[in-house]
Design a protein around this ligand. Structure first.
Ligand code: FES
Length: 374
């Protein structure tokens, strides 16, 4: 129904027909975008694959049996479990959308990794976000010859990238240098070695901390010498880094020693900083373990300064939307109405966020008593 005033104009039928046509187009486009970028996925665990003693792959399919939304190798979904969520990268190939493989390694203090490995069974349902994240290959900026430094379960996005190259016959060269503690910790070892043997563009080197006769080559950490001995000088190539938090400053230091520029290194976001007080803008003399009072969602609670606001809010039943939990996606944004918070340098805030009191709660820490609009 169009406004009666339109009828005062000559040719209004044509204009109204055009408006109707564009509205229909817009509805169709929105439905298309929603199908590719759904807020939530309802999945079923179809299979559980034991990768190593501490690692399982949960092969999940859409509960309605249909294809899953497309993603780029290296992206993740936020898995909801036990009142919170964690990002897990897909290990599977984006060329196969009948399933996603979510590979989870047990972390000693990891609430959700333990929960998933101990409780999830074939046939169970699982709710996740749609695919997200920016840690993926961009042929325009990254070129077709890349090095991937992985530590532990940081190999998961590399596995997806390698499967993608193989499935689509991409011309990309990828050299994976994969550090593990012991030989039996290496995830996807048989498949990685088989692919490397068959595909000249894919090279895989395992580096273990504890020497083992089944793993030839250098042992120890991924030092500059080891990287250079295996991959040659990385000059001109994009280097991806994914692994435990300690790998990031270490890999940066080693690559810098090789003269590799920071702009040619891509780090996967990897959780909130465990020690925000180590960041340069944490104020002097503020005890990170001391508790402050946070007021949000009609309730007040005490929480230590070094607990991310998002975790503290979830502890008290307040659940802002969240996915990356690393300051990157911006979904967990909250407004600080009163008090002061430390926003970690990982937060990718918009220029306008700071002046209006917005912060990313997954990497924000209350420094004083604070009131939060969540
Ligand atoms: S959950 Fe992504 S920025 Fe906080």
């Amino acid at each position: 129904m169009h406004h009666p005033i339109a009828q005062l104009f000559d040719g209004h039928e044509d204009i109204e027909a055009e408006i109707d046509r564009r509205e229909a187009q817009s509805v169709a486009r929105t439905a298309d975008v929603d199908a590719h970028h759904p807020r939530r996925l309802t999945l079923t665990v179809a299979e559980i694959i034991t990768e190593t003693a501490s690692t399982r792959t949960f092969r999940v399919r859409a509960a309605d049996g249909g294809p899953l939304p497309p993603f780029l190798a290296g992206q993740y979904v936020g898995v909801f479990a036990d009142g919170t969520s964690r990002p897990y990268a897909m290990a599977s190939s984006p060329a196969r959308l009948d399933h996603y493989d979510l590979t989870v390694r047990r972390v000693a203090t990891g609430r959700i990794s333990n929960h998933l490995i101990d409780t999830l069974a074939v046939g169970d349902g699982l709710t996740t976000t749609g695919p997200m994240g920016t840690f993926h290959h961009n042929p325009l900026f990254h070129g077709e010859d890349v090095v991937f430094l992985a530590g532990g379960s940081g190999v998961v996005p590399a596995m997806s990238m390698i499967r993608d190259i193989v499935d689509r016959g991409l011309p990309r060269r990828l050299h994976l240098i994969y550090g593990s503690r012991r030989a039996d910790d290496i995830i996807f070892r048989d498949e990685l070695d088989a692919i490397a043997a068959e595909h000249p563009g894919i090279r895989v080197d395992h580096v273990v901390l504890e020497p083992d006769p089944s793993v030839p080559g250098p042992t120890g950490l991924l030092t500059a010498e080891t990287i250079e001995a295996l991959a040659g000088p990385p000059a001109g190539r994009m280097v991806y880094v994914c692994g435990p938090q300690a790998l990031y400053p270490y890999a940066l230091e080693q690559l810098t020693r090789l003269g590799h520029p920071r702009r040619r290194i891509r780090f996967e976001a990897n959780g909130a900083p465990a020690h925000p007080e180590a960041q340069p803008h944490w104020p002097d003399g503020i005890d990170p373990a001391e508790e402050v009072t946070v007021t949000a969602g009609g309730t007040s609670f005490r929480t230590p300064r070094n607990r991310p606001l998002l975790d503290a809010l979830e502890d008290h039943g307040i659940r802002p939307e969240a996915a990356c939990r690393s300051g990157e996606c911006g979904l967990c944004v909250v407004r600080v109405v009163k008090g002061e918070v430390h926003t970690a340098e990982e937060a990718r805030l918009r220029l306008s966020d700071g002046p209006f009191g917005y912060t990313h709660s997954c990497v924000a820490y209350p420094l004083t008593d604070a009131e939060i609009d969540a």
